[in-house]
Design a protein around this ligand. Structure first.
Ligand code: ZN
Length: 147
C-alpha cells in the first residue's frame, strides 16, 4: 500500500508499510495512448512511456511518483514497480525517470540531493555508459528500452 503526500517538490508517493527488496509495490494503470495523441492532448507529463511510441496515461497515485538518481524502486517491466532495496514505512518511493524515457530531446533538471545526482536527467539512450550499466545491473530498465 502506498499513499500520496507532500514531498520535497510537490506531491509524492509514500510507503504505507515496509517493502522487502524485490517486492512489487504497484502496477501502473491507466489509458494507453499513442505518443502523438498524448502530445496532442498535452498530457505527456502524466504519462509513462510503455513502448516505442506508446504511452500510459497514468492514474493516481502512481502519477505522482517522483524521480531520484539513486532510487529505492525500479521498473521490473514496462508497468510494474518493485523495491530495489528494503523500504521502511513512511519513506518516499521514487524511481529513475531515465529508465522509461527513449526521447533524445527529453531532459529534466534534478535536485534529488543524492550523492549520485546527475543534475540533468536524460533519456536512457543518452546516459553515459557507466550510468546505463548501473541501471541495467539493477534490472530496472524495461526490456523495450534496452539498447
Ligand atoms: Zn538527481
Amino acid at each position: 500500500m502506498v499513499r500520496l503526500s507532500s514531498a520535497a517538490h510537490g506531491q509524492g508517493v509514500f510507503a504505507e508499510r515496509p517493502y522487502a527488496a524485490g517486492e512489487v509495490i504497484l502496477v501502473f494503470t491507466g489509458k494507453e495512448l499513442s505518443t502523438a495523441e498524448a502530445d496532442r492532448r498535452d498530457v505527456r507529463r502524466h504519462c509513462l512511456d510503455v513502448g516505442s511510441g506508446l504511452q500510459l496515461y497514468v492514474e493516481a497515485p502512481a502519477r505522482f511518483l517522483n524521480h531520484s538518481c539513486d532510487p529505492n524502486a525500479g521498473l521490473r517491466d514496462a508497468v510494474t514497480l518493485a523495491a530495489i532495496r528494503a523500504i521502511p514505512a513512511g519513506e518516499e518511493i521514487r524511481f529513475d525517470y531515465s529508465t522509461c524515457v527513449p526521447d533524445a530531446s527529453w531532459a529534466l533538471d534534478c535536485r534529488c540531493e543524492s550523492p549520485l545526482c546527475r543534475g540533468r536527467v536524460v533519456a536512457f539512450p543518452r546516459l553515459d555508459a557507466k550510468t546505463r550499466r548501473r541501471l541495467l545491473d539493477l534490472k530496472i530498465v524495461p526490456a523495450w528500452l534496452r539498447v
